[in-house]
Every structure is written in C-alpha cells, then in structure tokens.
Design a protein around this ligand. Structure first.
Ligand code: IPE
Ligand code: IPE
Ligand code: MG
Length: 261
C-alpha cells in the first residue's frame, strides 16, 4: 500500500517520550494487522461508567485504528467486535452492541469513501438483527469498488464455527461428487474460510492484558506475532499502535525454519 508521507508525519506529530514514527521501518509494516478489541467494560467500570458507555468509547478507538492503519500503509485491518459466545451477555448489552454497529457504520461510511477503504466481514451475518444486517450489506455494496485498505469487522464470528462450516461445505461437495476427498488440502480448506483471499495476519494485537484467543482466527494465526497490551480498548491509540508495530519489527519470524525471514 502506498504511504502518503506528508499526511503520515502530520498524523504522528507531537510524539510522547517513548515512541515516535522514527522507531518503525515503514518498508516493513505488517501487511495484515488484526485486533482483539477487549476491555470496554473494565474501562467503563474503572471510571464509574456503565458498560454501554465503554462500548461507545471503544468506537472512537476503532475509528482511530482504521485511520492509523491507512496512514501506515497496512493492507488489511481486521477487528474482533462480537464473538459467537458474546450472545451469552445480557440481552440489553447485545441489543446495544448490535445497534451501535449499525449506527457507527452509517456514520463512518464517509470515512471509508474518503480513504478508499473496502469493507468486509468475518462471521455469520444471517443471525444479526435486520437493522444491523441491512447496514452491513449497504456498507459492503457501497465500498465494493474501493481499492485501498481492506477493513474487516468480525461480528458473530467464532473460529470453531468457521472451521466446522468449511468442513461441512467440503463434505457436501464430496457427497455431490464435485470434489474428491484426496483434493482436500490446506489451500482448499483455507479457501472456504471467511478470510478467503486475504493474507494471514502478521500481527495480532489484544488489549486489556488477556493472554488468550477467545475463539479468534485459530487457523489463520498459526504463525502470527502477538502483541498484548494492558491498555483497555478505549485507551488504545495511534501511539500504542506504533509500539505494537515496533515490537513486531523486533521479532525474528522463522516459520519453523532456521533463518529469520
Ligand atoms: C470488548 O470489551 C467488546 C466486546 C467483546 C463486544 P468487553 O465488553 O469484553 O470488555 P470487558 O472485557 O468486559 O472489560
Ligand atoms: C473477545 O473478547 C471477543 C471480542 C473482543 C469481540 P471477550 O471479552 O468476549 O473474551 P473473553 O470472554 O474474555 O475470553
Ligand atoms: Mg472482554
């Protein structure tokens, strides 16, 4: 992705003491950055606010993460917004999140147009309320021709459900005779996942300090570098993003071999 150097430097003006744009190599920015946006509830609780207020604050961080990714020249940004397990939350919180997804997307569509960002989703959208589903569909349609960064929102996403769905699809094709069992390999299975056509994440960021994947991209994260920050999601900003990229660039990725790649 092409970087607009002038815009980038302006965006990263006034750095804090510990990190600046000079700390990262712009020729080695991760292609695909993925984020588990966690800690909205704890952020709110720490301020005596309600959980919904935490989710509303989290939207601002998400907008900043999209802009930061565009400025840094990331090809794909994917963000985990709602898991298949999050339906277990109180109905009022689920309803609020679904409504927030819809209203936020409507409001942010101009940003996607302005930055040439293409929208995509991971997850089973058919289970979403109609309001949310319709807005997501509108977002897909309106950004389909954009050629800049791909922004993915994972909603009603669960990695095990995704893999089971892929296996079911493949089994049905074998049953129909359009596919031979011997032809089922890693590439074929990967082509039936929501991530079809996208590179695997290079960098996974999780906020709020949890050291687990919570059913996120189990297949695709096989060789991804992890960066976990104690910051709650609403406190995540362009500077923490830069620290994550700096950490990523300090790693030696071996992919099972002996040479750093
Ligand atoms: C992440 O924040 C947002 C969603 C999972 C929808 P949480 O709501 O999980 O916040 P905590 O983890 O309870 O603090
Ligand atoms: C993971 O966060 C899911 C999202 C960020 C959407 P959770 O808050 O649901 O994860 P657990 O329950 O702490 O593992
Ligand atoms: Mg959480």
């Amino acid at each position: 992705m092409i970087i607009d150097q002038e815009k980038l430097e302006e965006y990263y003006a006034k750095p804090p003491e510990d990190v600046s744009l000079r700390d990262v190599d712009l020729s080695r920015v991760p292609r695909h950055v993925s984020i588990i946006m966690d800690g909205n509830g704890r952020w709110a609780q720490a301020r005596g606010l309600s959980r919904p207020e935490g989710h509303v604050a989290g939207v601002d961080s998400l907008r900043e993460a999209v802009t930061t990714s565009v400025r840094l020249g990331v090809d794909v940004l994917s963000c985990y917004a709602f898991s298949t397990e999050n339906w277990k939350r109180p109905q009022s919180e689920v309803d609020l999140l679904m409504h927030l997804f819809a209203t936020t997307l409507v409001r942010e569509l101009p940003l996607f147009h302005q930055e040439n960002v293409r929208l995509r989703f991971f997850g089973d959208l058919s289970a979403l309320p109609k309001e949310t589903f319709d807005v997501f569909q509108q977002g897909l349609d309106e950004t389909a021709d954009h050629t800049g960064m791909t922004f993915v929102l994972a909603v009603n996403y669960g990695s095990r459900a995704e893999i089971a769905r892929a296996a079911r699809e493949v089994a049905q094709e074998v049953e129909r005779g359009s596919l031979r069992a011997d032809d089922v390999d890693e590439g074929l299975l990967a082509s039936r996942l929501y991530t079809e056509g996208l590179p695997d994440p290079d960098l996974l960021i999780r906020t709020s300090g949890e050291l687990r994947l919570s059913n996120y991209l189990l297949w695709q994260l096989a060789y991804t570098e992890f960066y976990v920050t104690d910051l709650y999601w609403p406190d995540f900003d362009r500077w923490e993003y830069l620290r994550a990229v700096r950490a990523f660039q300090s790693r030696r990725r071996r992919f099972g071999g002996v040479e750093a790649k």
